[in-house]
Design a protein around this ligand. Sequence first.
Ligand SMILES: Nc1ncnc2c1ncn2[C@@H]1O[C@H](COP(=O)(O)OP(=O)(O)OP(=O)(O)O)[C@@H](O)[C@H]1O
Ligand SMILES: [Mg+2]
Length: 509
Amino acid sequence: MEELVSLRGIIKHFPGVIANDNVSFTLRKGEIHALLGENGAGKTTLMNILYGLYRPDIGEIYVEGRKVEINSPKDAITLGIGMVHQNFKLIPSHTVLENIILGLKKSGLVIKSRKIGEEIKKLAESYGWRINPNAYVWQLTAGEKQQVELLKILYRDAKILILDEPTSVLTPQECRILLQALRRMAKEGKGIIFITHKLDEVFAISDRVTVMRKGRVLVTKETSETNMSELAQYMVGRPVIFTIEKKESRPSGEAITIKNLKAFNDKGVLALKDVNLKVMKNEIVGIIGVTGNGQQELVEVIAGLRKASGGSLIVDGVNIINSSPEKIIELGIAYIPPEPLRYGIAPNLTVLDNLFMKAYRYKPYSNGVIVNWKKIYNKAEELIREFQIVPENPYAKARSLSGGNLQRLILARELSGLIGEKIPRLIVAAYPTKGLDVGATEFVHKTLIEYSRKGSGILFVSEDIEEALMISDRVAVMHDGKIVRVFRPGEVDIDKIGLMMAGVEIAFK
Ligand SMILES: Nc1ncnc2c1ncn2[C@@H]1O[C@H](COP(=O)(O)OP(=O)(O)OP(=O)(O)O)[C@@H](O)[C@H]1O
Ligand SMILES: [Mg+2]
């Protein structure tokens, strides 16, 4: 079969780490090649090299049999290589069309934007997508933004597509649409590299699979010749148990009571119509629902990041609604935001700064006047060990961390009860396992359970029904700005849950 890409003996060092250690990798025409590996294994680095964002220290790149030098994304695009990054790069204040045209300008050519708009619409339709070229990017859902990223690449006639964890931002429905479109692209003869942590996707879509660990390729196999537990074992170097043990919860007092909560979304639409829910201490309440049914607005209102337009949030008998984020932190409410890179991390600051950006002002790290940096440094080292953050260097810049390690950093900051060294009374965790490898996912689950059994109340938002059922003591289904039903895992079968999420009213005992 024809080889589109061959990477040979790629070595790439960053200060203190070998991100790629003699990696060889091939992509064939018409193939979907899954690239797997734990957080920090070197997947993104390898793809950034192919896309011209980094230069390898050593190694060769062949495209369609020809040895090439790729010094910039421009070179890559000329060679027919396109990449959708782990975090989107579109400009929100521009339209879809403007984003796609950007960088397209050939000298001497006037861009005929109307014509391009038509072509983009057609291209989108050929993959089953409906995109309005004149919509602003900020108005789009994550799934639509990703379609625009892909259209941008496809419009430039790419035949080699790199997708870095494309499904971690998608709902299950959006995910199905993407996988269908990718299969079509492969049929058309494109080669697709698909980075993911989700093993079921590997089996749903890929022809071959490569596993990386600690900068090296461990194995490349035909997908039909391997299975989940073998891949998981390759990834983390030990058997992975896909189920979890948890003791019965003993709820003790209220962590928070949400009453008749109402709030608008960014588009000015009432997103929370009337939310009522109680979370007890020592209890995990899972919220499931199709994305966009108010989950995001709910967690933001609790964290003090969005104004409520009505209702109350009761903590210890006091209504704390519309308090400042600082006040809410002081009340012991921890928030794990859904998109750490957008909301949670300052990329140019160090790991230490990011860990302590909230806590440094409080005891025991400060007496209100002087900050005790020694104490902060020691605690940072401890957290890095406990949450297994790589690199193990408090002074590493956050932007040098892999996606999964950033997520660990956020967890360390939010869960460690830095403030006053108490454990949080309430942890609001929005999609905390997104983008995490199987080992880290297991770690997050265990950590949340551990905190709940030590006394925190946990509100856990997930798109993954099975994950929510596994972790939660009670599950709440959210639809159209309301909690439509609360039940215990096992009480309702999964088909019925799916229907409730879709807004179908279900009568049951
Ligand atoms: N710009 C950089 N500067 C310094 N170190 C870096 C840089 N980019 C990546 N690294 C390091 O290289 C290693 C590989 O990172 P990479 O982002 O390729 O991992 P990954 O496999 O994509 O992980 P994830 O699944 O978490 O996204 C990590 O140890 C990371 O900290
Ligand atoms: Mg990555």
